[in-house]
Design a binder for this molecule. Structure first.
Ligand SMILES: [Zn+2]
Length: 289
């Protein structure tokens, strides 16, 4: 029997406008109700406020850990350019207008900012905040807005992260948001091997976000893409790692974000393959490269 490693991940925890404690709690209830373990990528200093000063979130996150979910690191301050530069498909999103303008005017200066020394300091500051306030060891990382640069990956490997999840495998997810009609990408084991960064760190690429403020007119195509990606992962053995964002999964048309996942889970069950849905750290133990 084939098996698929399925990693349900949530981004932007603590980030104003994209996250509330209530929305995070409702995602945790959804995970528990569907026997899914989530990995929660948390912003250490969101909107200038350290996690230390957010007792409500600390409580929800500690409770999530007790329930078997994992907390991982999402950058330091969620600045678009703090440790790298986001890929083109993300910079094209309608809400990225100001960041596009900033990048156009500062690209050369930013490249000079992304030194090993500066990146190491930012990553360590963020990791320490999460570890000290939650009493856990942070093992995984995902960069904000998919930003990256060679030095970012170098530091992640050298500083002993178990996994990184900043690469993105299904551009189709962003094409859907940008109203671009291109063929969907396939997940292959060769692509999976090609994005590995060396050392003992595993690169665990995001598949896509299928539920970003999901509206009725895009529902069928988003669900079809999610099913396509699941099939592609089943064929190739590449883990499926969808991302959703704390508030955007709630704030599309009524209930559609969770509806898509419920339909996807039903579809997955009917394929008769074994679904391994643990945290990202647990998934790493099941992958041999
Ligand atoms: Zn983010």
């Amino acid at each position: 029997m084939k098996n698929v490693i399925f990693n349900f991940t949530v981004d932007d925890i603590c980030l104003e406008g994209y996250s509330t404690e209530n929305h995070l709690n409702s995602i945790l209830d959804f995970c528990d109700g569907n026997n899914i373990k989530g990995t929660l990528f948390t912003v250490p200093v969101a909107d200038g406020v350290s996690l230390e000063k957010r007792p409500g979130y600390i409580k929800v996150l500690k409770d999530a850990i007790k329930r078997g979910h994992e907390v991982a690191q999402h950058g330091l301050e969620h600045d678009r350019f703090e440790i790298g530069i986001p890929p083109e498909m993300i910079m094209m999103l309608p809400h990225e207008g100001p960041a596009r303008k900033f990048l156009a005017e500062n690209r050369n200066r930013l490249a000079l900012e992304h030194t090993v020394k500066k990146i190491r300091k930012k990553l360590k500051t963020g990791k320490d905040i999460l570890e000290q306030n939650l009493g856990i060891e942070i093992k995984g990382f995902r960069s904000p807005a998919g930003q990256n640069c060679p030095n970012m990956y170098k530091v992640l490997v050298e500083d002993g992260y178990l996994y990184d999840s900043s690469e993105i495998f299904q551009k189709g997810g962003w094409d859907l948001l940008n109203d671009i009609d291109e063929p969907w990408q396939e997940f292959t084991w060769e692509r999976f091997l090609n994005v590995q960064k060396g050392g003992s760190m595993l690169e665990m690429p995001i598949s896509a976000d299928y539920v970003w403020y999901l509206k009725q007119d895009k529902y069928n195509r988003a669900l079809a893409l999610a099913k396509h990606d699941f099939n592609s992962c089943m064929e190739s053995g590449v883990p499926m790692t969808p991302v959703c964002h704390v508030s955007p999964i709630h704030e599309g048309d009524e209930g559609l974000g969770f509806k898509l996942y419920r339909e996807l889970f039903e579809y997955m069950k009917n394929t008769n393959c074994e679904i391994i849905s643990g945290t990202m750290s647990e998934a790493c133990k099941n992958i041999n490269i």
